[in-house]
Design a protein around this ligand. Structure first.
Ligand code: CA
Length: 575
């Protein structure tokens, strides 16, 4: 499907990925969109920086450093092979240029991954070279002497147009097509494999050959003979002949959790080890193939639907794990219907992959959390591209009407407001980006400016030094939040109750500071934009408390049979 394919297309330019997938898709990134020239430039600068820094850290030649980088990559998805091919094509020029003390910006302009069009600003990540830019670039071109192999099409450079990569690109395209990651529509879009929209995203299927067995359904004939809802509870108690589903789950009001979200909800994350030369080793990229086939999202660790233990040392759990703990009958009933770049305006393109049968299934708690892309885009003048309150109102109402027809009676829908993103600049602009830590030469302020200049910033309205623009973005975000609040207080639906909660980042910061933490530790280090795992878990901790105290009906009762379920069924089949 579109998104993973788009990522894999660019797999050779490994580090281009953050910006491919976190760039808002809402406005300019429709189906079949290819990496833009800006993305190629970012990817090139990051990769060349890593090569340069690996040579510095290991006191080795550039050639050895490139081979080292390729040797760290896994074989899967042609990653290692492609890396060697890319080195064979661009390596000799990169060696000549880096050996002549040219930095990554100059290298990538010389190799034409970066391009300054007429009348366009010069985009650079590092401070400009001491000599004039033009003469430096001229010198660099003299060093290389031949035209670079990349060809430009109208949309920008496309690495798949290189003859030796065309075949690899084709192979990957076919693999993705066969995997059918989004099966729209009915119940059987549950899966027994983890990635490509498998059980990392929604509860693991327990019987792949039976379309009528899937997490979240009401048990079929009390699951006397089979586990129709995959919660691990089935069969009959031999002591009294009562089916276990009836005994342990009847009246416990089971329910599932569904997130309708964007990259933040899917937990977009680039491990900093992937681009920090001093931390890089054979172990660094073991999780890269999984991450690529999950669109660089880690829903299995997300605040809403995560089911694995947090990788950071934090005791808070996801909403799903809390619901499961409260009632073991909820085992495996989670769906993370999120997509990088999702907004109120494009949710309809994948909302159909939500699986809930209003007649057969248990009610659901649906969290609607489009927290950024309605105000975030990469345009140099982002304000006209933002969703207006009127557009927002109409799309949210459409979504709610769709949900009203699809959700079982007694469901709950929680609308999440948008945060005020001024904390991004305030907390990060003068800190060093992972790429700038070795030589203290790249701050987040520089990264933000570089991305905005190339028009690939995930949020040029907030990731900017321009305070007026920051304020305008925050104002629009507040207007959209108010629209949600208004909808929640004025609209009624037959199959669900509707609630609104603020996205209060300051509250999370306070909680974190009380534990001795710093605000910047709550943001993703590589993209300098997304809330990280700790922030997401603290956020849902706040939501959980609010629900427990103000709207306990959303969570349902604690199941008094939990201990007995554990005794009879153990881990209920794991996740
Ligand atoms: Ca069952």
């Amino acid at each position: 499907m579109k998104s993973p394919w788009k990522v894999l297309l660019a797999a050779p330019l490994l580090l281009l990925l953050p910006f491919l997938t976190s760039a808002p898709a809402a406005h300019d990134d429709g189906p079949g969109a290819r990496p833009s020239r800006g993305h190629s430039c970012v990817g090139c600068v990051l990769v060349v920086s890593v090569i340069e820094q690996l040579a510095q850290v290991h006191n080795s030649t550039v050639q050895a450093s490139m081979e080292r980088l390729c040797s760290y990559l896994p074989e899967k998805l042609f990653l290692k092979a492609t890396c060697y091919l890319v080195v064979r094509t661009f390596g000799p020029d990169i060696i000549k240029l880096l050996s002549a003390d040219m930095n990554a910006d100059v290298v990538c302009h010389t190799l034409k991954f970066c391009h300054q069009g007429p009348g366009q600003p010069l985009c650079h990540l590092y401070p400009l070279p001491k000599e004039a830019w033009k003469s430096t670039l001229e010198k660099a071109r003299q060093i290389v002497k031949k035209p670079p192999p990349l060809k430009y099409s109208r949309g920008g450079s496309d690495i798949c147009s290189l003859p030796f990569l065309a075949k690899v690109c084709q192979e990957i395209k076919r693999a993705i097509k066969n995997a059918v990651p989004f099966r729209d529509g009915d119940s059987d879009n549950y899966s027994v494999s983890p990635t490509l929209r498998g059980y990392h995203w929604r509860g693991r299927d327990c019987n792949d050959s039976d379309e009528m067995a899937y997490p979240g359904r009401r048990p079929d004939h009390w699951d006397v003979h089979r586990d129709s809802n995959c919660n691990g509870i089935w069969g009959v108690d031999p002591k009294d002949g009562i089916p276990y589903e009836k005994k342990f789950c009847e009246g416990s009001e089971p329910r599932g959790i569904v997130l309708l979200g964007d990259s933040a909800g899917a937990h977009f994350h680039i491990p900093p080890e992937w681009l920090t030369a001093s931390l890089m080793s054979l172990k660094s990229f073991f999780n890269l193939p999984t991450a690529l086939t999950d669109e660089l999202d880690w829903p299995q660790l997300s605040g809403a639907t995560g089911f694995l233990n947090a990788t950071s040392r934090i005791k808070e759990n996801s909403i799903y794990l809390r619901l499961r703990k409260r009632n073991h009958c909820n085992h495996r009933d989670y769906q993370n219907i999120s997509k990088n770049g999702a907004s109120s305006q494009n949710l309809e393109t994948f909302l159909e992959s939500l699986s809930r049968n209003p007649l057969l299934d248990h009610p659901a708690i649906v969290i609607y959390a489009m927290i950024g892309n309605d105000v975030c885009n990469g345009k140099s003048d982002p304000v006209p591209e933002m969703t207006t309150p009127e557009q927002f109102y109409s799309k949210v109402m459409e979504t709610l009407k769709y949900l009203n027809a699809r959700l079982p009676n007694g469901s709950h829908v929680i609308l999440y407001g948008l945060p005020d993103g001024t904390f991004l600049w305030d907390n990060l602009h003068n800190r060093y980006h992972p790429l700038g830590q070795l030589n203290r030469d790249v701050t987040y302020g520089q990264l933000y400016a570089f991305l905005s200049c190339l028009q690939v910033s995930p949020c040029s309205g907030w990731m900017t030094a321009n305070e007026t623009l920051q304020t305008l973005t925050s104002q629009r975000a507040a207007q959209l939040s108010n629209t949600l609040k208004k909808i929640a207080t004025s609209q009624k639906f037959t199959s669900f109750h509707l609630y609104y909660v603020d996205f209060d980042f300051q509250e999370i910061v306070k909680k974190w500071q009380k534990r001795g933490g710093q605000p910047w530790q709550l943001l993703e280090p590589v993209d300098g934009f997304h809330p990280n795992e700790v922030a997401s878990l603290l956020l849902v901790d706040g939501l959980w408390d609010k629900l427990r105290l103000q709207w306990p009906q959303v969570l349902g009762k604690e199941n008094p049979f939990n201990t007995q379920i554990e005794q009879v069924f153990g881990d209920q089949g794991g996740h």
